[in-house]
Design a protein. Structure first.
Length: 255
């Protein structure tokens, strides 16, 4: 689509049951004029349940705004996000979960926050003003716990590090290099964004339980990856603090 202003990237792995809800809600936003000149990238990550064929069919039916991108083998959430970032050249990019656990209707507001000066806007279910959602208790414990630890390590005001429901300026995507292929990629991107000094804003909102399909998160792998990233974040924070305190080999004392 020429003059595309915003692209939505949606990684999909065995999401055949949830795709109709996603497309219905995005279509409703288009028809009401809320997302003019937006397009949608559906990244199939080696699905085996018919998601690949469904995505190809949707792209054929709506060639003006739906794009199908295929991974022949499952590569992971982080790899799917990188594939989506590489596929679009829009100045603003959004990412969201295919199961709509965060309301896609909030994306236009998040993009407006970019226009107001933010570089990255994230959904924030753990913000004090977010309200109560219906998220599965296990997901809440993992996400909220990891976000709390990252916040303590970084000393930053961001409350939520793990939601993929985000809006980004193109400049951020070009500068931030992240390596994880799994679910921890979302937190890694946030950590590296903060280290690079970009302006991060949060939009408080609840996260709900998925209505279709099953969660794809591997709890053991996710915890292991987060612990590795936390060590990196802690060491980097310590190094930056030391550089500031001992600038030029001399101790800098704040008055």
């Amino acid at each position: 689509m020429p003059n595309t202003t915003t692209s939505i990237i949606v990684p999909c792995y065995n999401e055949i049951d949830g795709l109709p809800q996603l497309i219905r809600r995005i279509t409703a936003m288009r028809e009401t004029g809320r997302i003019p000149n937006w397009d949608l990238y559906l990244i199939n990550d080696g699905s085996t349940d018919g998601t690949k064929e469904a995505i190809d069919r949707l792209a054929a039916e709506h060639p003006d705004w739906i794009r199908a991108v295929q991974h022949e083998k499952n590569k992971g959430l982080g790899a799917s996000i990188r594939t989506g970032f590489a596929a679009t050249h829009a100045p603003i990019v959004c990412t969201m979960d295919s199961d709509c656990t965060f309301a896609p209707e909030t994306l236009p507001q998040m993009v407006e926050m970019l226009h107001a000066g933010a570089d990255l806007v994230t959904a924030s279910p753990w913000h004090p003003e977010s309200g109560q959602g219906t998220v599965h208790p296990m997901r809440k414990v993992l996400s909220q716990g990891a976000s709390w630890v990252y916040r303590q390590i970084l000393g930053d005001k961001v409350h939520s590090f793990t939601p993929m429901h985000r809006a980004y300026r193109r400049e951020v995507i070009k500068k931030v290099v992240f390596h994880s292929d799994n679910f921890s990629a979302v937190a890694e991107f946030m950590v590296r964004t903060i280290f690079l000094g970009f302006r991060v804003k949060e939009l408080p909102m609840p996260v709900d339980r998925r209505q279709f399909g099953e969660s794809k998160i591997n709890v053991f792998q996710s915890v292991k990856s987060h612990l590795s990233l936390m060590r990196l974040a802690g060491w980097t924070s310590l190094t930056m603090w030391a550089d500031a305190k001992f600038a030029g080999g001399r101790l800098v004392i704040e008055e």
